[in-house]
Design a protein around this ligand. Structure first.
Ligand code: SF4
Length: 115
């Protein structure tokens, strides 16, 4: 996965996902909401998606500040729990950044998420 496109507007990210997301035209959209709690199938589909980085970044923005129970489905090859944790870590970084300059750490973290 490419680095997360943190400098792209949410509107543009949504346009890219809507235009090219594998799940958008899939006849089996339920695959991204596994009822058995096993995300392997959805992850595999996402890994081949051309907008995986855009999708994950958009999901993280849309879900920032939401409670864990309100985050659903696999997006950007990440489960709801994984995205919830990433957003909590982003919030921690943002709080730390206000008290100290750690912009290099934030950039490194975003690259780590995308790996
Ligand atoms: S990364 Fe996965 S959830 Fe996101 S648009 Fe692509 S197929 Fe859909």
């Amino acid at each position: 996965m490419n680095a997360l496109p943190t400098n792209v507007s949410s509107r543009v990210l949504a346009q890219h996902v809507d235009a090219s997301g594998t799940c958008v035209r899939s006849p089996n959209a339920d695959a991204w909401f596994p009822e058995n709690g096993r995300p392997a199938g959805a992850r595999k589909l996402c890994k081949g998606c051309p907008v995986i980085a855009e999708c994950l970044e958009l999901a993280l923005r849309e879900e920032a500040g939401l409670g864990r129970s309100r985050v659903q489905g696999v997006r950007g090859s990440r489960t709801p729990t994984e995205r919830y944790r990433i957003n909590r870590q982003r919030a921690d970084f943002a709080a730390a950044r206000q008290s100290a300059d750690c912009s290099d750490d934030v950039a490194s973290y975003n690259e780590e998420i995308a790996a």
